[in-house]
Write a protein that binds this ligand. Sequence first.
Ligand SMILES: [Zn+2]
Length: 210
Amino acid sequence: MPDTHGRFNPTDAAQQHPLISIQGRFDRGGSFLPTIFTHTVVGLASAGAIGKRSLPIRFWVFSVLCSIIPDADVIAFKFGISYGHFFGHRGFFHSLVFAGILGTFIAILFFRKHGNPVFYTLYFSILIGIHDVLDAFTSGGLGIALFSPFSPRRIFFPWRPIPAAPINPERFFTGRAWEILWAEFLWVWIPVLVIAVVLRVLLNRSRNKS
Ligand SMILES: [Zn+2]
């Protein structure tokens, strides 16, 4: 929650989100998703839409990794870093700047011999950024620090149709799993798969012409 100066205030956030601990602990019923399944679908659909057949298997592997990697920041809780901290979950590592930095590194380190480096930089950066944007459509936890380090604000979109999923897999599969997966299927999987198929068709046409 931003204070009167626009700064993020974890104390207010903790009061409004009882699952959040400002001491850096994280209630195991908390939320940080769309689920890993949905982020993975985005990665696979993107690779299928954009990738050429000649690309190595690691293109697919990195596509999936990039679609889920921002959530590796939950490890911050293990180190006592609070949710609202700059490096906390959904903080800097969920920002568009970090997406650009990591996407550039992956392109340079792993794909410099596979054609246009600008293409890979944009592709992987956008893929990581899509994760961050999708998170802003969820209905739980804190918002996303999309514009960190320039702004500490945690952002949610006004329309948030994706229910928050429990962080604990046990609770996920005994709780509202099907409700959550259905919402993700409806609001993420279907649009993403439709966009991927359209992109694939358009790209195939332009490649066949050239
Ligand atoms: Zn995330």
